[in-house]
Ligand binder design. Structure first.
Ligand code: ADP
Ligand code: GLC
Length: 494
């Protein structure tokens, strides 16, 4: 038996708690929700026992709430002045993964998960402490507590301080950075009050970032046993000024415990062979014909001119600066010619929503700006488009390019973070690669990449079709990366 096999076999029984602010299918605003769903399932297949902790938000659909069981409740002290708060536990199970929802109406009855930092900071201090208290209450002591983004970043600090002498204190922690732009920064007094943590933590090595301000992510990064990011390139990038969001020095200091592990996608949900949301399902064998049908259905649904020869470019994205939308805006009119159609699905910054609405009205039948969050349309765009744009300013991993490839849709991406790690540039001489890429954050380079893609599509369809089939065959599943996480857990357990 190889070491590899011995290792995986030896991991049966590893207990892991995931703590994070969103998880598909209960609540998802972006890729964090996908990862909180897919990685636990992949770990389960490797023999781990996994529980996921998230808030019991009011906006979780009733159909899920109705399946939950009330497990118990207790009062927990939280703030500096010792105020106590109700902690309720609602539980459900999906395919072997247990989900524990922390219930407190005062914090989670606001509607959306994220409502503004002033409320979000108390909300996630409460959530972080309550998750550890619930682990003790349930007497379910994990080997590893895997925390996600700033909302769970104080967990490692609580673990090594207020919870150190309690049963859950035996666990080790990992903090994964999905997006460093959001850090949970507020006044030192505000964070001190809501965490109830001792004064000595509010100094520069832990929470403090300036005379007046504290940073939740920074404290967690200092206290956690391991830091991961969602791609290898992003792990390097965040140690630089440009990508470091003012924490590059701190991350460089802690680099010995920092590692990049690229995300995968759930290949059961994102499966063109079985996807019930598609007009025509397909494998790599019949992709070309099925894509024509899906494209036609998409054009009909969105009021675009029905023409199977149009080069349909999709964009599925939160509409924020991160996603490189100012580059798209800068070249939009140069990009559009009578062979191209553009489909945009996203919500976010009104500046971008308005710009895309404008292009829709300026190019009727050729551009559709669908300013909504819509899962089913997302599936149809992945399947019905020829190419997908992801020209991000920074991209810790990015899932849309992975989904696109799995659906035989060719990504056009900027070479940053996970985009760089997952999309090999197409080489027109050798035919190798997975997509069209550009390096510097410049609009003319994006335009050039789009035009190169269009040219191959229009003038060399055989090469394009080869690319489509190759991308569909690329392994974008979680299996390899789940194995890397498992190895990390094992290192910690030792
Ligand atoms: P981020 O987490 O930065 O938003 P990712 O690429 O990691 O970016 O993940 C985005 C996820 O959200 C993907 O699953 C994508 O399909 C989905 N998504 C983004 N915008 C929308 C939308 N408007 N409607 C439906 N799904 C969306
Ligand atoms: C973040 C990042 C995105 C990543 C996702 C899941 O939202 O912006 O790049 O794919 O988290 O890790």
């Amino acid at each position: 038996m190889s070491n590899e096999n011995w290792f995986v076999g030896g991991e049966k029984g590893m207990k892991v708690a995931f703590i994070g602010s969103e998880c598909y299918p209960f609540i998802k605003t972006g890729g964090l929700g996908d990862v909180m769903y897919a990685l636990p399932r992949a770990l389960l297949r490797q023999g781990c026992e996994v529980r996921v902790f998230m808030p019991y938000y009011r906006c979780i659909p009733e159909k899920f709430k109705n399946q939950m069981t009330y497990i118990g409740s207790f009062m927990m002290n939280l703030t500096q002045d010792g105020r106590t708060f109700y902690v309720g536990i609602m539980e459900t199970e999906l395919d072997g993964v247990t989900y524990d929802f922390i219930d407190n109406q005062e914090f989670f009855d606001w509607g959306n998960p994220y409502t503004g930092l002033w409320e979000d900071i108390p909300k996630y201090c409460y959530f972080s402490k309550a998750s550890l208290a619930v682990l003790n209450y349930l007497n379910w002591i994990p080997n590893v507590i895997h925390c996600h983004d700033w909302q769970a970043a104080v967990v490692p600090v609580y673990l090594r301080t207020l919870f150190d002498g309690t049963p859950v204190g035996a666990a080790r922690s990992i903090l994964t950075i999905h997006n460093l732009r959001f850090q949970g920064i507020c006044s030192i007094d505000h964070l001190k009050y809501w965490t109830g943590l001792p004064d000595y933590l509010f100094d520069y090595p832990v929470f403090k970032v300036s005379e007046a301000e504290a940073n939740m992510f920074k404290g967690g990064l200092a206290y956690t046993d391991r830091i991961t990011t969602v791609s290898e390139t992003y792990a390097e990038e965040i140690q630089t000024d440009f990508y470091g969001e003012n924490l590059n020095g701190h991350l460089w200091y802690h680099r010995a415990k920092l590692k990049g592990i690229v995300n995968g996608i759930d290949i059961d949900i994102w499966n063109s062979r079985t996807d019930k949301l598609l007009p025509a399902v397909y494998s790599e064998k019949d992709v070309l014909e099925a894509k024509r049908k899906n494209k036609k259905a998409l054009q009909e649904r969105l009021g675009l001119e029905v023409d199977e020869d149009k080069f349909v470019i999709g964009l599925i994205s939160r509409l924020t600066d991160q996603k490189g939308l100012d580059l798209i805006n800068a070249i939009f009119t140069q990009m559009i010619d009578d062979r191209i159609q553009v489909v945009i699905l996203g919500t976010g910054d009104p500046r971008y929503e308005d710009a895309f609405r404008y292009y829709e009205s300026a190019y009727p039948g050729q551009v559709c700006a669908y300013i909504k969050y819509d899962e089913s349309l997302a599936h149809q765009i992945y399947a019905g488009s020829d190419a997908l744009l992801v020209p991000s300013l920074f991209e810790p991993c990015g899932l849309t390019q992975l989904i696109a490839m799995r659906y035989g849709t060719i990504p056009i991406v900027r070479e940053t973070g996970g985009l760089k790690d997952t999309v090999d540039p197409y080489n027109e001489y050798t035919g190798e690669g997975n997509g069209f890429t550009f390096d510097q954050y410049r609009a003319e380079l994006l335009l050039d990449a789009i035009k190169r893609a269009e040219q191959v599509y229009v003038e060399d369809r055989a090469s394009w079709d080869t690319l489509v089939t190759r991308d569909m065959e690329k392994d974008v599943s979680w299996e390899h990366s789940a194995d890397l996480y498992l190895k990390l857990y094992e290192e910690l357990k030792r």
